[in-house]
Design a protein around this ligand. Structure first.
Ligand code: FMN
Length: 474
């Protein structure tokens, strides 16, 4: 297949939602939905009254209507929940299967992709983080049922994904190795999913999508191409200037005086070695200008993956007030992005955009009482009796230590799960009626925003981003 030049990067959670991906894909480029926490997002959209009826329309196309009805009955609130009432809780995702939760995850992956693909023939991808292990398989199967074209996986070493795609395209069970902290050598754990088990009648086997791992080095790219038991169809090559999580620097992390990880020569990506692998590849991380696109193509890339410019466009899932504030900061030249080495419970550096009244601000962070009620970034650990359980370094410190974690590992950790839900207008309401605060990420280069806006405008669309990127500079 000949791929277009622009991939709109997957942006979790819910920033690159079906609306953004559909708009990009229907313009002939590659739109990517985020696969992160789709089960939670679906239940919250339904509790807000499902404006436009999109979730219910997608669920009506789901191949098991009794499951679709059960989800709607359980979560849909006509007219939306009162704004001072909390969202209903949903079971947290762990390694043990729960029939309803599996159904919900499959249906949510299906719904997001169904909507992203609705009404056009363009190519749509879905993005997962390998680190978020437990929900990946059922959500991916749901996306495949809706005909997803490309599966993009970063934040880890996604060696097993080609086998998973192959298995699901025959409706066969698949497994992912579950990383369990401090597990004894030789002991292995897995998260598994059997597509036939949560449903009364098996669905027709879905087609196998392409697989694009997201890598930050030629070594990892080479390893995946060599070791994956199945095809790697393309590569996203992402450097440390990209929004979201970044790969840590090679070797021991050294921080700048401001406290950001310092990247050096060892982190430079060997593009000739990437090119020598003979696969289509896309460069990501501050490649969002026409000149950088040309540069990428001159290095042998098919094109670029762009996140930040799409994150603040009208179709993205970010809350309107966040887009407005970020765009106003860009106009004033006061925008500031910090690569926080410890904020994310995953342990990966995470880029944070300074936004007033959000968790980027120390006082807002200090005020929040720590708890873990969503649990997507928890890590598996072994209890004293040898069974796996889950904990999050951003949860209440006493609880974390009771779960065998080290107190020092909790310092500076931020609850990304709740922050990311607040980013997309789905904040939880706490017992004292306060709202969870946002935690916004973006890449280091925001300069394209003011270029796209020109002197007068205060917002822009995904088509403006594409026009800007694809205009040949004279
Ligand atoms: C708001 C935002 C959220 C992101 N979330 C994810 C994610 O969940 N998974 C992922 O692989 N990449 C994520 N990214 C990275 C993008 O997919 C893309 O590779 C990156 O933004 C490209 O660099 P740029 O921001 O300089 O355009 C995110 C980026 C942004 C701006």
């Amino acid at each position: 297949m000949k791929f277009p030049q622009i991939i709109q990067g997957g942006m979790g959670a819910g920033v690159s939602d079906w609306r953004l991906a559909r708009s990009v894909s229907s313009q002939g480029q590659i739109g990517v939905v985020s696969g992160v926490a789709l089960d939670l997002i679906l239940t919250r959209r339904l509790q807000l009254g499902d404006p436009g009826g999109h979730m219910q329309r997608a669920l009506k196309a789901f191949p098991d209507q009794s499951v679709a009805r059960r989800i709607i009955e359980r979560y849909f609130i006509d007219g939306g929940k009162p704004s001072d009432q909390p969202f209903a809780r949903k079971p947290m995702v762990g390694h043990k299967s729960n029939r309803f939760l599996e159904q919900l995850m499959v249906a949510s992956g299906f719904a997001e992709v169904f909507l992203a693909k609705e009404g056009h023939d363009g190519v749509v991808g879905i993005n997962f983080l390998q680190k978020i292990q437990a929900p990946l398989l059922p959500t991916l199967y749901g996306a495949m049922l809706a005909g997803i074209n490309i599966v993009l996986v970063g934040a880890g070493i996604p060696l097993e994904i080609p086998e998973v795609l192959e298995a699901f395209s025959h409706n066969e069970p698949a497994q992912l190795k579950l990383y369990v902290r401090d597990a004894p050598r030789g002991q292995s754990y897995e998260s598994s999913f059997d597509p036939t088990s949560p449903f009364d009648t098996p669905f027709p086997a879905p087609p196998r999508p392409y697989f694009f791992p997201i890598v930050s080095s030629a070594t990892l790219a080479g390893l995946l191409v060599k070791k994956c038991k199945g095809p790697v169809d393309g590569l996203i090559v992402e450097g440390p200037l990209a929004g979201g999580h970044n790969a840590p620097p090679r070797g021991k992390t050294v921080l700048s005086p401001e406290g950001e990880p310092l990247y050096g020569d060892r982190d430079a990506i060997d593009l000739p070695a990437i090119k020598a692998l003979g696969l289509p590849f896309f460069l990501a991380g501050s490649y969002s200008s026409p000149a950088r696109l040309q540069e990428a193509c001159s290095a042998g890339a098919t094109g670029i993956q762009v996140g930040t410019l799409f994150a603040f466009c009208e179709e993205s899932g970010l809350a309107e007030e966040i887009k407005r504030e970020a765009i106003a900061d860009c106009r004033r030249g006061t925008q500031s992005v910090f690569t926080d080495p410890i904020a994310s419970p995953t342990g990966f550096p995470f880029k944070v955009l300074s936004i007033a009244d959000s968790l980027s601000e120390a006082d807002v962070y200090e005020e929040r009482s720590r708890n873990c009620d969503l649990g997507y970034l928890r890590e598996a650990y072994l209890r004293a009796d040898g069974t796996p359980a889950w904990r999050c370094s951003a949860e209440n410190q006493e609880t974390y230590v009771r779960h065998g974690g080290k107190l020092e590992d909790t310092v500076g950790r931020k609850c990304l799960c709740n922050g990311l839900m607040a980013n997309i207008g789905l904040p939880q309401v706490r017992r004292d009626k306060t709202l969870e605060r946002p935690l916004v990420t973006c890449g280091d280069d925001l300069s394209g925003i003011t270029r796209i806006l020109g002197p007068d405008r205060s917002s822009y669309r995904s088509s403006d981003v594409l026009d800007y990127l694809l205009t040949k500079e004279s």
